[in-house]
Design a protein around this ligand. Structure first.
Ligand code: CP
Length: 302
């Protein structure tokens, strides 16, 4: 049976740990010809820098070849071709499909239509499972464990697909504590909070975090996503609600790390970049090793 990665919950805890081990191996030795002779389709119906380029880097480092598009405007979607027909065609050409799409559920639908495995590179405000696996790898590398992590999630927790996937994955480890920092209109959706309650996992909600930042092991900043707002006035009200500055990190734990899936707009001031607690650029590099691991696992190459 083909193995898709659409939601982070498609993987078990054992698979998360397997990806961590494989990513460690690829970080030590990134160039391995495991995808030689294979073609990967990279279909980006929504803009991307890191996800697309790190997937393409991962495929190249594994010796595979890439077909696809970065701009759906250059595909026959503009002529009215349905996602169904596009995926049917592409799954005849390629051995694996990596797809980003603005519609929630589009990746699951593509996986149902496709005869080859599909990896979700982000579907609307729903899920971004490969980002989560690189985030977990970043947490593991910096904290040396995925257990007992006090994780601060800051910003757009309503539409932020990265925080939704990360919350679900970290819930599988021992004794996580979640602190959700968001303005009222961007709070974590109830479905995720209900799932935490059912598992007996502690979470706290705040609108400010300067007074509690000293408790954090990981501060996961997110962008308020203009593209998800139907009302531009609502966006204007919250777009700069949180700006992390270097001075705010003075009383934080020595090993706290600042993560951000990127791109950032204003939510992390550039004066944080030179602080050793800033980890977001290394996090983006970890994406190459994590994606090499995910492709290898999906295609049963090791
Ligand atoms: N983190 C992330 O998904 O970035 P891109 O939108 O640039 O791919």
């Amino acid at each position: 049976m083909k193995k898709d990665l659409i939601s982070i919950t498609d993987y078990s805890k054992e698979e998360y740990l397997r990806i961590m081990d494989l990513a460690t191996e690829f970080e030590e030795d990134p160039n391995q010809d495991l995808l030689k002779g294979k073609v990967v389709a990279s279909l980006f119906f929504e803009p991307s820098t890191r996800t697309r380029l790190s997937f393409e880097t991962a495929i190249s480092r594994l010796g595979g070849r890439i077909v696809g598009f970065a701009d759906p405007g250059s595909s026959s979607a503009t002529k009215g071709e349905t996602l169904h027909d596009t995926i049917k065609m592409v799954s005849n050409y390629a051995d694996l499909i990596v797809m980003r799409h603005p519609l929630e559920g589009a990746a699951r639908y593509a996986a149902e239509v496709s005869s080859v495995p599909v990896i979700n590179a982000g579907d609307g405000a729903n899920q971004h499972p490969t980002q989560t696996l690189l985030d977990m790898y970043s947490i593991l590398k910096t904290q040396e464990t995925l257990d007992n992590i006090n994780l601060f999630m800051v910003g757009d927790l309503k539409y932020g697909r990265t925080v939704h996937s990360l919350l679900q994955a970290m819930s599988e480890f021992e004794n996580p504590i979640f602190n959700f920092i968001a303005p009222k209109i961007l709070q974590m959706p109830n479905a995720y909070k209900i799932a935490l309650k059912e598992k007996g996992i502690k979470f706290f909600e705040h609108e400010e975090f300067t007074d509690i930042i000293s408790e954090a092991d990981i501060i996961y900043m997110t962008r308020v996503q203009k593209e998800r707002f139907s009302d531009p006035i609502e966006y204007e009200k919250v777009k700069n609600v949180y700006i992390l500055r270097n001075s705010m990190l003075d009383n934080t734990k020595p090993n706290v790390k600042i993560l951000h899936p990127l791109p950032r707009v204003n939510e992390i001031h550039p004066d944080v970049d030179s602080n050793s607690k800033a980890y977001y650029f290394e996090q983006a590099l970890n994406g190459v090793f994590a994606r090499e691991a995910i492709i290898t696992h999906t295609m049963n190459l090791k």
